[in-house]
Design a protein around this ligand. Structure first.
Ligand SMILES: Nc1ncnc2c1ncn2[C@@H]1O[C@H](COP(=O)(O)OP(=O)(O)OP(=O)(O)O)[C@@H](O)[C@H]1O
Length: 274
């Protein structure tokens, strides 16, 4: 049984190289159970590479990733899939499948080879499809779904997988604002530990308990949105000029970007840049 006091995810001195380049270097962090974590950073910072280390695709060149205290690479991919579900924005490989078939794939890590799906299994699938509001589309070919519907179907698949950890790589990319909010609300209400890379920093601020900030392959901050999202950070890391106040609904930072002031040293009209 996992020790509930122990962090669900522990990353120690993680490094990952590709083509002789150090893509990730000396990354250390811990994630507590039930936390919704946003992974933020500029294009090319290493967010997807880090997520791939967490779902056991990128094998660390140095350091380790532990889940429930156990090194991920001491387990089979199947054992990891019983605990970690992944929602990626690129949804290739589901050609010819109906939405319900894609969601059923979430059962696979828990079943013996060639075992038939029980009535209980199929009920889980239908309940998950209902939870994401897609019952009416359950028999539709997956490739006919809109981007938002596909993301919700993949979340339903993750629900069926019953993971301890849900990893999402840019789950809101290409979605209109309604679906961006809907997808993040769905993920948040699962009540499990979620790590999601998110480009929209106002959405990250609204939904996340914790943020991991990476730049040029290094973790340069971990903390609450209040601690991480500062005007200085936005200038230094993203090279944009901004003002930050408190969002009237959720109380987390709300960022207003100033246009025409791209470098960190420029100041917005009439404003003091912290
Ligand atoms: N398999 C690979 N082989 C070689 N280089 C790679 C590989 N995977 C990632 N990289 C490089 O690592 C760097 C980080 O890429 P990554 O996709 O992790 O960044 P990211 O923060 O997710 O970027 P974005 O926000 O643009 O999606 C990039 O320079 C990328 O070209």
């Amino acid at each position: 049984m996992p020790n509930q006091e122990q962090p669900l995810v522990q990353v120690d001195a993680l490094g990952w190289q590709a083509d002789g380049r150090h893509i990730l270097q000396q990354i250390d962090f811990q994630i507590s159970r039930g936390t919704f974590v946003g992974l933020i950073g500029p294009n090319g910072a290493g967010k997807s590479s880090l997520l791939r280390c967490l779902y056991r695709v990128n094998k660390p060149s140095s350091g380790q990733v532990r889940l429930n205290g156990q090194n991920l690479w001491q387990h089979s991919a199947r054992t990891v899939a019983q605990q970690v579900a992944v929602v990626l924005q690129e949804t290739t490989g589901n050609f010819g499948l109906r939405l319900r078939d894609v969601v059923r794939m979430g059962l696979t890590p828990h079943k013996a080879a060639f075992a038939l799906d029980s009535h209980h299994d199929l009920q889980l699938v239908d309940d998950a499809i209902e939870q994401v509001g897609l019952t009416a589309l359950a028999q539709q070919p997956f490739e006919h779904l809109s981007g938002g519907e596909k993301q919700r179907a993949l979340i339903a698949r993750a629900i069926v997988q019953r993971p301890k950890l849900l990893l999402m790589d840019e789950p809101t990319n290409h979605l209109d604002v309604r679906y961006q909010i809907q997808v993040l609300e769905l993920a948040k209400h699962l009540g499990i530990t979620v790590i999601a890379s998110i480009h929209d920093l106002n959405l990250a601020s609204a939904f996340c308990d914790q943020l991991l900030l990476i730049d040029q392959g290094k973790l340069i901050g971990q903390g609450t949105p209040d601690e991480i999202l500062t005007e200085r950070m936005l200038g230094e890391v993203f090279g944009v000029c901004s003002s930050i106040d408190q969002h009237p609904d959720h109380g987390h930072p709300r960022i207003t970007y100033h246009y025409g002031y791209l470098t960190a040293n420029n100041k917005p009209p009439g404003g003091d840049h912290a």
